[in-house]
Design a protein around this ligand. Structure first.
Ligand code: PHE
Length: 459
C-alpha cells in the first residue's frame, strides 16, 4: 500500500492551468499550423477551407481531444498503460500501444523537418536567404539531399529536446512551454504586422477571409478534417500522455476548447503571415509542401526588397518561430515514448529519454538520407523512407487510433467513468456531456472512417 501511495505522490504533474494550456497548445501548435495549414488552405480554396476547418476542429477535433484527455487523466500513466487500465484484459489495450508506436515513429521524421527549420534559421542569420527565385529552389533541393547537414540539425534538435524532456514535466516541459509559446505568439504578431502592411496585402487577406462557396467539394472537407486531427496532435499518444499530468481540477472540456481555439488562431495567423506577402509579390500560395522552404524565403526577399534589413529580420524571425513551434511539438512526441519506457521498463526518466533520443535519431538519419544522399537504396515501392513514415503514421495509424479511441470511449468504457472524468467527479455541470457522447459514439468515427478511406483512395 505504501508503495502505491508513494508512486501516486511521485507522479509528476503540471503546476498550473496556464502550464496545462501552454504545454498542450505547444504540442498542437507546430509545423502543422505554420507549414501544413497555409498550403492546404492555398490548395483548397482559402477562406472556405478555413471555415470548414474550424467546424471540424469544433465538432470533431475537440471531442476526440476530450476522449484522449479522459483516458490519460484516468490512467495517470503513459498512453499504453492508460488504455490498458480502462481496457482490462480486452484487445482494446492494443490501441494504447499503437498510439505510443505512432508517436515514436513520427518523432524521428518530424525531427528531420524540425532540423530543416534550424538550418534555415542559421542560413537566414548568415545572410544566405537572398537570391533569384530559382536560387531558393536549388538551395532547398541541395540542402535536403545533403548527406551531412540535415542530419547534423536533426541531431541538434533532438539533443535540445532531450535536454528539456530529461528535466521532467514541470522543470522541463512546462517551463520550456511557458517561455517558448509566448515568444512564438509575439513573433507571429510581428510578422503578421509586417506582412499585412505590404502593398497589395489586401488581396491575400481577401483570399483568406472571403469564402468562395463554389470551391466546396468532398476533397475540401476531407482535407480540412485530416488537417484538424493532425494539427490537434490527436491519436499520437501526445494528448493522452500530457493529460496524465493534469490534475483532478483541470476542466477537460474547457481546456480542449481553449487549445482548439489557440491552435486555430495560430493557423489563421500563419495564413495572415504568408498570404498577404505572397500576393503582394504575385507569387501563388498553392505550391504545396515546398511553400515554407522554397516559396516563402523568396517571398520575403522580394516583398522587402526595398528594405533589405527588414527582409533579413523577418525571414530570420519567421524561421525562429517555425523552429519554436516544431520544438514544442517534438517535446510532446518525445514525451510519449519517454514516459512509456520510463514506466514500463522501470528505468529512470533520464535513461528512458536517452533511449528515445538515440533511437529516434537513428530513424531521423535514415529518413533524411532517404531524401537524397542514398535515396535509391532507401526507396521501397516508389516511396522514400521519409514518405513511408509520413504515410504510415499520418494516413494509416492516425485514423485507426483516432477511430478506435472514439469507439472505445463511446461504446466500451463505462459511461460512469467517462462522466466522472468529464465533470471532475460531479464538481462541474457537464452540460455538454450528452452532446460529447453522441459525437464520439457516432459522428467522429464515421467521419474518421471517411478520411481514412479517402486517403487510401478507396472513395
Ligand atoms: N500538431 C502538430 C502540428 O501541428 C503535429 C503533431 C502531430 C505533433 C502529432 C505532435 C503529435 O504540427
Amino acid at each position: 500500500m505504501k508503495n502505491v501511495e508513494t508512486t501516486k505522490l511521485e507522479r509528476a504533474n503540471f503546476s498550473s492551468k496556464l502550464g496545462v494550456i501552454l504545454a498542450t497548445a505547444g504540442s498542437a501548435v507546430g509545423l502543422g499550423n505554420v507549414w501544413r495549414f497555409p498550403y492546404m488552405a492555398g490548395e483548397n480554396g482559402g477562406a472556405i477551407f478555413i471555415l470548414i476547418y474550424i467546424l471540424c476542429v469544433l465538432l470533431l477535433g475537440i471531442p476526440c481531444m476530450i476522449s484522449e484527455f479522459i483516458i490519460g487523466r484516468h490512467g495517470q500513466a503513459n498512453t499504453a498503460r492508460a488504455y490498458k487500465k480502462l481496457a482490462g484484459r480486452t484487445p482494446w489495450s492494443v490501441i494504447g500501444y499503437m498510439g505510443v508506436l505512432t508517436g515514436f515513429l513520427i518523432t524521428g521524421y518530424y525531427a528531420v523537418v524540425a532540423g530543416w527549420c534550424l538550418q534555415y534559421v542559421w542560413a537566414s542569420l548568415i545572410g544566405q536567404m537572398h537570391g533569384a527565385p530559382t536560387y531558393f529552389q536549388t538551395y532547398f533541393a541541395e540542402f535536403s539531399a545533403d548527406p551531412v547537414k540535415p542530419i547534423f540539425w536533426t541531431v541538434i534538435i533532438l539533443g535540445g529536446t532531450y535536454l528539456i524532456i530529461k528535466s521532467g514535466v514541470r522543470d522541463g516541459i512546462e517551463r520550456a512551454s511557458k517561455l517558448m509559446m509566448p515568444t512564438l505568439f509575439l513573433l507571429l504578431l510581428v510578422i503578421v504586422g509586417a506582412s499585412c502592411l505590404l502593398p497589395d496585402a489586401g488581396k491575400g487577406i481577401e483570399f483568406l477571409f472571403k469564402p468562395d462557396f463554389t470551391a466546396i467539394n468532398s476533397d475540401v472537407f476531407l482535407a480540412a478534417l485530416g488537417q484538424a486531427f493532425y494539427s490537434l496532435s490527436i491519436a499520437m499518444g501526445c494528448i493522452c500522455t500530457y493529460a496524465s499530468y493534469f490534475s483532478r481540477q483541470t476542466d477537460l472540456t474547457k481546456s480542449a476548447v481553449q487549445i482548439g481555439v489557440i491552435d486555430s488562431f495560430v493557423a489563421i495567423l500563419a495564413g495572415l503571415m504568408i498570404f498577404p506577402a505572397a500576393f503582394s509579390v504575385g507569387v501563388s500560395p498553392d505550391s504545396g509542401p515546398s511553400l515554407i522552404f522554397i516559396t516563402l524565403p523568396n517571398v520575403f526577399h522580394q516583398a522587402f526588397a526595398s528594405m533589405p534589413v527588414v527582409g533579413y529580420i523577418i525571414a530570420l524571425l519567421f524561421f525562429v518561430l517555425l523552429s519554436l513551434a516544431a520544438l514544442t511539438s517534438l517535446m510532446s512526441l518525445h514525451e510519449v515514448s519517454t514516459a512509456f519506457f520510463h514506466e514500463e521498463l522501470h528505468i529512470t526518466r533520464k535513461r528512458a529519454a536517452v533511449i528515445v533520443t538515440v533511437s529516434t535519431c537513428i530513424i531521423g538519419i535514415f529518413c533524411s538520407l532517404s531524401l537524397g544522399a542514398v535515396g535509391q537504396t532507401l526507396e521501397f515501392f516508389g516511396r522514400s523512407l521519409f514518405d513511408w513514415f509520413d504515410f504510415v503514421t499520418g494516413q494509416i495509424f492516425l485514423p485507426i487510433v483516432g477511430f478506435l479511441t472514439c469507439i472505445f470511449i463511446g461504446w466500451f468504457v463505462p459511461h460512469k467513468v467517462v462522466h466522472d472524468e468529464f465533470t471532475n467527479w460531479g464538481t462541474l455541470r457537464g452540460r455538454y456531456f450528452h452532446l460529447f457522447l453522441f459525437q464520439v459514439k457516432y459522428v467522429c468515427p464515421i467521419c474518421i472512417l471517411f478520411i481514412f478511406l479517402h486517403q487510401l483512395g478507396l472513395i
